[in-house]
Write a protein that binds this ligand. Sequence first.
Ligand code: CUA
Length: 165
Amino acid sequence: MTTPTTHDHWIDPYEKAWMVISVVVLIGIMIAVTVAGFAFGIQAPSPYQRVDPNTVTQSGPFSKPGLTDLGGGQYEVYMIGTASGWIWEPKEIRVPVGSRVTFYLTSKDVQHGFMLWNTNLNMMVLPGQVSKGSVTFEKPGEYPYVCHEYCGIGHQTMSGKVIVE
Ligand code: CUA
C-alpha cells in the first residue's frame, strides 16, 4: 500500500515555465488578432464587388477597360484578365509621376493573379469578382505587371506595364 506523495504531481520547473509561456503567447496572439480586427479594421481580403463574368464586358466600366483621369493626380484603371490569348486589357498604362492609381480587376474566364513589380500590389483576379487596390507611383520608370497564377499554356506571356513619366 502506497500513499500518494507530492511527487505524483511533480512537474519539472522548466516544463512548467514553458507551459506558462505558451499560454501567455496564445493569449497575446488572441488579443492582437481581436484588436487588429475590431479596433483597426484589419480583415481578410474580400471581393470589392461581384459581377457576372459572362456579361461583365458588355456594359459598365469593364466594357471599356483602360485608364480614366479623375483629376488631382487620381486615376482609375478597369482591367480584365483573359486566358483566351493570355492578355491583360489594357496592356499598357501611362501616368505622370506622383499619380495615385486605383486598379479594379476581374477575369472573363479562369483564375489569374496580378502582381505589379516594385510595388506592394498583388491580388487574385477571379471570374465573378472585382479586386481593388491602389498604388502611388513616386518614382518614374516602368512597372511591369504579370499574371502569377497558372492559367493555361500561355500563362507566362500574360503581362503588361505601367509607364510612369
Ligand atoms: Cu493569367 Cu496566368
